[in-house]
Ligand binder design. Structure first.
Ligand SMILES: Nc1ncnc2c1ncn2[C@@H]1O[C@H](COP(=O)(O)OP(=O)(O)OP(=O)(O)O)[C@@H](O)[C@H]1O
Ligand SMILES: [Mg+2]
Length: 254
């Protein structure tokens, strides 16, 4: 069975359209099995604001103190995960919430404790648990919180978490759903990108902030994944076998 890992941005979770869920249903009808990983950026920011803690990012990654980690886990596991599972169920897609630090579904190690605090990069994925859910006809919805070393948990950028899940599951597609139609330049959608073109756009500053971990994940995922796309959650992303958004290509197109 073909597998699609869908990373759903916290940026768009509240704005997911009916047409987005119709595209999801088309994928299921066309024989794809689906695993979700979600983020929670704006809601974590809002929670930190309430706590009077400033949000700080380095290259699109959230600097995570112990206090920020607790807030992030609360928002991701307690609010965003619940919302997404319920939305899928309301649309008739049987789903189940997965706390990724349980059973080391995601394991991670510090990227740089000095620079970023409790932020991890995924080192292993327990895909057996995910496959059990898939075999039971349930769509797993994963939080981007991983089991770290020595009993810690680590905050993982959800794009990175989705890339790691796609690799472990040998997914055919990695789909990153966000609040913009794809990678934009001068406000216009770039329909396809190679690694060289993407790196140029990072260097020139056209790609910035939260788009940086997304495109870096896309390029890394191309090593194992046939198709990598960034799409909008506000519109359909898949209709009649056709995909929208920005598609990442392994090779230069001639
Ligand atoms: N060249 C670009 N094209 C499109 N978006 C860009 C570009 N450069 C920077 N961005 C920003 O990247 C944002 C998407 O990343 P962001 O991390 O904010 O959302 P997300 O990953 O979907 O959500 P979350 O981080 O909550 O999971 C866009 O809303 C846009 O502001
Ligand atoms: Mg992001």
């Amino acid at each position: 069975m073909k597998t699609v890992v869908v990373k759903c941005g916290g940026s768009v979770l509240k704005e997911l359209s009916d047409s987005f869920f119709n595209s999801m249903k088309s994928l299921i009808e066309d024989g794809y099995q689906i695993v979700f990983v979600h983020g929670g950026g704006p809601e974590i920011n809002a929670m930190l604001e309430k706590m009077d803690v400033e949000s700080e990012f380095k290259n699109g990654l959230r600097v995570t103190s112990r206090e920020v980690l607790e807030a992030a886990e609360l928002v991701l596991s307690g609010s965003m995960n619940r919302k997404l599972v319920r939305m899928l169920e309301q649309k008739g897609i049987p789903a189940i919430g997965v706390q990724s630090s349980d059973q080391g579904i995601l394991r991670a190690d510090f990227i740089s404790q000095e620079e970023l605090g409790f932020v991890g990069d995924v080192t292993a994925v327990n895909k057996n648990v995910l496959e059990l859910f898939l075999q039971a006809g349930l769509l797993p919805v994963m939080t981007p919180i991983a089991k770290g070393p020595d009993g810690t948990v680590l905050n993982v950028n959800a794009d990175h978490a989705a890339g790691a899940a796609a690799y472990a599951l040998a997914a055919d597609h990695l789909l990153m759903v966000t609040d913009v139609p794809g990678v934009l330049k001068d406000g216009k959608l770039i329909p396809s990108l190679t690694a060289a073109e993407t790196n140029e756009l990072i260097d020139s500053g056209v790609i910035s902030g939260g788009m940086i971990p997304k495109v870096k994940t896309a390029l890394k995922a191309l090593q194992s994944c046939e198709h990598v796309h960034i799409v909008s959650g506000k519109k359909p992303f898949y209709e009649g076998g056709k995909w929208y958004g920005t598609l990442f290509n392994k090779e230069e197109t001639i």
